[in-house]
Design a protein around this ligand. Structure first.
Ligand code: SF4
Ligand code: SF4
Length: 259
């Protein structure tokens, strides 16, 4: 289905966000005085998937190898620019104050970066009139017709793959080693700004040649059944309730057990 779209500059997508950004963008965001969080999720990965499992290989490209107990896992760490209310770069006239160097995710919205997701207009913040235009965002063939959107999507996918090992080093430097179970929840880590910037610079400058090593990660869950399953698989796991009082927070995507 052809999707028509033209931005009305309503500014809704610049409020109360967790904006996925690359390592380069995270360093710029922090230097500008913004906050960045790490969203961590782990996928059990007992063996490599078959070559035709394109979704699994997509996840593999943007993750790094780790161990949880005896179980091999892949960890996806998403760096998120975080702000409540209006983005610190949003001007009173709803223009972006860093338009020329705004993050790739800002250039992509409301398109989808994940090739396995279809654009669902109802889930987007754009007002109805934004979709009633002659401008085409996505053609019948699924291709993004806007060159900046298409280029930014490609840039985000490349950054995801390029940054995976940098993120492994980043977590090792920061001592971060707890995640949610993919599709069930994530663990959000929010290191202090200066420390995170220093750690990102150190992780980045370590280069691609060095071995990161296989780190030991704990998988956090808010569901008893999941914890039992993880334990029976020899995984290092931990109830979400144990994060209370720490700097890490658990965010569940499915209902958990009553406390
Ligand atoms: S950086 Fe600019 S485009 Fe992105 S959320 Fe902030 S104001 Fe909006
Ligand atoms: S919510 Fe949609 S229409 Fe509004 S500024 Fe963002 S991209 Fe444009």
């Amino acid at each position: 289905m052809t999707i028509h779209f033209s931005c009305t500059m309503c500014g809704r997508c610049c409020h109360g966000l967790r904006l996925p950004i690359g390592v380069d963008e995270a360093m710029a965001w922090l230097r500008d005085g913004g906050d960045v969080q790490l969203f961590c999720e782990a996928i059990p990965w007992p063996e490599e998937p078959p070559a035709d499992n394109h979704l699994a290989w997509y996840k593999r490209r943007r993750s790094f190898a780790a161990l949880s107990g005896q179980l091999p896992v892949r960890v996806i760490v998403s760096l998120m620019a975080a702000f409540e209310g209006a983005c610190p770069n949003l001007q009173p006239d709803m223009r972006c104050g860093i338009y020329e160097r705004r993050p790739r995710a800002c250039r992509v919205y409301p398109a989808e970066v994940n090739p396995f997701f279809s654009l669902d207009r109802d889930s987007k913040l754009c007002p109805p009139e934004a979709w009633h235009t002659q401008d085409v965002l996505q053609g019948e063939d699924g291709e993004w017709t806007d060159l900046e959107v298409a280029g930014s999507i490609a840039g985000m996918r490349e950054a995801d793959a390029r940054d995976a090992e940098v993120k492994a080093r980043l977590c090792a430097i920061l001592g971060i080693a707890s995640s949610g179970l993919s599709n069930e929840g994530i663990v959000v880590h929010a290191p202090e700004r200066e420390r995170l910037l220093w750690a990102l610079e150190a992780a980045q400058s370590a280069g691609t040649g060095g071995e990161t090593g296989i780190a030991a990660w704990q998988i956090v869950s808010h569901r008893r059944a999941t914890l039992e399953l993880l334990q029976s698989a020899g995984t290092a796991s931990r109830p979400a309730s144990e994060l209370e009082g720490t700097t890490a927070k658990f965010m569940g995507f499915v209902p958990g057990d009553p406390a």
